[in-house]
Ligand binder design. Structure first.
Ligand SMILES: Cc1ncc(COP(=O)(O)O)c(C=O)c1O
Length: 419
């Protein structure tokens, strides 16, 4: 999908005609109001069979079969099954991923576990712009260490360049989000993992903004731990379960921090003494969220049929196109792309700046382009390679151009800005 310098609608259509993933669009349902949803970085599209699956779960399973569904429908196994289904999308083995809880809880589980099995050092190194929940988990964990009178320190890099300078033998865990949720800047995971290994530090990656869109290779790059949201690019539904990953080399060493009955080796024997199940399963906690897992299962079925290379190739083409079109059509109107132009440095979404970014994003939503605003001044378009196409990008940029040209966004009604 190579792209020429000046883009036309016909060129978009030509790229769509060559798209090997184009047929997957039919597996998703889109807004009945005709809006274009470019918020895959916030909430991915709905697989088309979700309503039928939920209807069946409510009637055939809950109402008719009741408790027996735990067995007939494998409800208790779903966290493992779904983890296996999506594992290839992050370069992991099928037993190394489970789908469970939310990202915040999984961050706590794996940060504390990484601390417990650390090689050396007492520092957890992160960057100032990490996602708020990642920072809060870290701060809360440090408070816990303090209460337990255990020596531990947070080290915070103010910018990306500083991280490598600060990565020394005192660092026990390097704790990063793969892609910045505002700008879409991406860390070079292979390089960082290599440098972390050279000082014996363990790595914990938050893949919320990269899983299901980039060519994430946890195994190949030697990552130690990872977590991520299920409801963004993974299309696991609103409030859908998250996932967690442990490198096989760390799976047998210690108990999980939250030892729950679903993480027991023989959970259905109701034994009092905990025995870790082994693999990522040890980090399961309590009863899984069956309804949320059923929604996630609809997207997992789609993920099973794609490779992360194909997904990443299409994503590159879509985001390259988005950047070029915003610059071509909206650059003269004051829009400035802030996401990296080089694909290898870029994450899932494309962000741009404009005066009054909050009201601009409100006006865009009101005019049929659903995207998101992040304080203080970035507007984000999240592209989902399973269902977006280049013509969508063309249509989205047309709406942006219209809102900027007419200055509709200056209307008072757009002053109140949603998150
Ligand atoms: C990088 C990152 N981590 C975590 C979260 C949210 O975590 P949780 O699913 O626990 O709400 C987000 C949500 O946008 C995110 O972008």
């Amino acid at each position: 999908m190579s792209q020429p310098s000046s883009i036309t609608l016909d060129m978009c259509r030509q790229l769509d005609a060559e798209d090997s993933l184009a047929k997957l669009r039919d597996k998703f349902a889109f807004s009945s109001k005709g809006n274009i949803h470019f918020d895959a970085n916030s909430i991915g599209a709905m697989p088309i069979d979700v309503p039928d699956r939920i209807q069946r779960l409510m009637t055939e399973c809950w109402r008719d079969q009741s408790r027996r569904s735990w067995t007939t429908e494998d409800w208790a196994e779903k966290p493992r099954i779904l983890g296996g289904d999506i594992s290839h999308m992050i370069g992991a083995g099928a037993n190394d991923v489970v789908v469970c809880d939310n990202t915040t809880i999984n961050l706590f589980k794996l940060l504390s576990y990484a601390w417990k099995i650390r090689n050396s050092g007492t520092v957890i190194l992160t960057e100032a712009h990490n996602f708020p929940t990642d920072m809060h988990v870290l701060q809360g964990f440090m408070q816990l260490l303090k209460a337990l009178k255990v020596d531990g320190q947070i080290r915070i890099a103010e910018d990306r360049a500083q991280i490598l300078d600060m990565l020394d033998n005192d660092v026990a865990v390097l704790y990063l989000t793969h892609v910045d949720y505002r700008s879409s800047e991406r860390w070079d995971m292979a390089d960082i993992n290599k440098k972390a290994k050279s000082v014996d530090a363990l790595t914990l990656w938050d893949l919320s903004q990269s899983a299901g869109v980039l060519d994430v290779d946890l195994g190949g790059t030697g990552a130690d731990f990872a977590v991520g949201c299920g409801y963004k690019y993974m299309c696991g539904g609103p409030g859908g379960p998250a996932f967690l990953y442990l490198n096989p080399s760390h799976q047998k060493t210690a108990w999980p921090t939250i030892a729950g009955w679903m993480g027991h080796a023989k959970w259905n024997k109701f034994l009092s003494d905990f025995e870790p199940a082994g693999g990522a399963s040890s980090h399961l906690t309590g009863t899984p969220s069956v309804i949320a897992n059923e929604v996630f299962a609809a997207s997992a079925e789609i993920w099973r049929g794609v490779t992360r290379k194909a997904v990443a190739t299409k994503h590159k083409s879509l985001t390259d196109m988005t950047i070029k079109l915003i610059e071509q059509e909206c650059g003269p109107l004051g829009a400035a792309v802030i996401s990296p132009k080089n694909y290898d440095e870029r994450g899932g979404h494309v962000a741009f700046r404009h005066d009054g970014a909050g009201p601009v994003s409100e006006a865009l939503v009101d005019n049929g382009l659903i995207l998101s605003f992040r304080y203080p001044d970035s507007i984000r378009l999240g592209l989902g390679p399973l269902y977006h196409n280049h013509e969508d990008v063309w249509n989205a940029v047309k709406i942006i151009k219209d809102v900027l040209t007419t200055e509709k966004w200056r209307d008072q009604k757009y002053e109140k800005v949603a998150i």
